[in-house]
Design a protein around this ligand. Structure first.
Ligand SMILES: [Zn+2]
Length: 321
């Protein structure tokens, strides 16, 4: 009994640690977005592809050291009524006037934060500040990717209201880790986004539209699969963890009919397109003379952030409660 309790605790702990596309998927999305860029941008991004890839996960780490960070990763849009995408003002000031800043932050701000990051990235291009271009490109890639996850757009983000606890990590970490190597990540060229703020809302709305399938398919399969076939125990890093079984994962993935792959592909092209749009809006600066290693200052900033993450005691609000 004690062992079972310990195993379940680890299972639940593992859920709380993966409330965002798994690290694997975030890194893959940022990495592949580099290949969507036009010739004027691609060599700069390719030269720094390791940085863009590795730092795709920094915003999740910041949640443990910065109290402002957590709400930037999601929006519980169903909190705002039955037609939330019609009633929610698309621009921050209007939304604050209607609902108050505290309310917006309590239920997540990812679409607005993407737009804020867009302004910052555009400024970095105008100033030709290579460090900031890289840092902000990696970060905005993370937020755009998060907005593509259906379970980042609902109050029922981990199936906690529908007896489906664990579905969050299952959809966005376990499935891409099991099947992601076979996905097709070549998505074509990045395009110019005329209205980045509205584009961010389009992404969230598409995610929310997919939510019903994410939850209902798991329910349907749970009727067919008895508990002992639905879950399995796997060794991970020396501990036994309760996971969705391989059979259940395969059946769910089949029923989703490529949804995880589609959302990852959509994220890749959007990330590339936001980077490209920021560069165009900055006047298409020549990036050739920016191709130099990171400055000592940026290296110091990054190592400080990593240190904060390792020692951070903060319990992120919102989706991690
Ligand atoms: Zn995240």
């Amino acid at each position: 009994m004690k062992r079972l309790f310990l195993t379940i605790s680890i299972f639940l702990l593992s859920i709380s640690l993966v409330l965002s596309w798994g690290f694997w998927a975030h890194k893959r999305i940022n990495h592949m977005a580099c290949f969507t860029l036009p010739p004027e941008m691609i060599s700069f991004y390719k030269n720094h592809i390791d940085f863009i890839t590795e730092h795709a996960v920094d915003p999740d780490r910041r949640r443990y050291s910065d109290p402002e960070e957590a709400p930037r990763h999601f929006i519980d849009i169903d909190h705002y009524g039955t037609h939330p995408f019609d009633s929610m003002p698309k621009y921050w000031k209007d939304a604050v006037a209607k609902y108050s800043e505290d309310t917006l932050k309590a239920y997540g701000i990812v679409p607005w934060h993407i737009n804020v990051m867009m302004y910052r990235l555009t400024d970095a291009f105008i100033e030709k500040d290579a460090d900031r271009i890289l840092y902000l490109s990696a970060s905005i890639g993370h937020y755009i990717a998060d907005a593509h996850v259906p379970l980042h757009c609902t109050e029922n983000y981990n199936g906690q209201f529908t007896n489906q606890v664990g579905i969050h990590g299952f959809w966005e970490s376990r499935l891409p880790e099991l099947y992601g190597e076979d996905y097709d990540y070549f998505t074509g060229r990045a395009h110019f986004i005329t209205q980045p703020q509205l584009e961010a809302w389009k992404i969230a709305e598409a995610s929310f539209t997919a939510l019903d399938s994410v939850l209902s398919f798991e329910k349907k399969l749970s009727v067919i699969f008895p508990e002992d076939r639905k879950f399995a125990y796997e060794q991970r890093g020396g501990t036994t963890m309760k996971m969705y079984s391989q059979d259940f994962s395969a059946a769910y993935n089949k029923m989703l009919d490529g949804m995880v792959e589609r959302r990852m592909r959509a994220a890749i092209i959007e990330v590339g397109s936001f980077w490209y749009t920021a560069w165009v809006n900055a006047g298409s600066p020549d990036l050739k003379d920016l191709d130099k290693p990171l400055t000592e200052e940026m290296k110091k900033k990054l190592s400080e952030e990593e240190q904060l993450w390792k020692t951070g005691k903060l319990k992120p609000k919102g989706h991690e409660d």
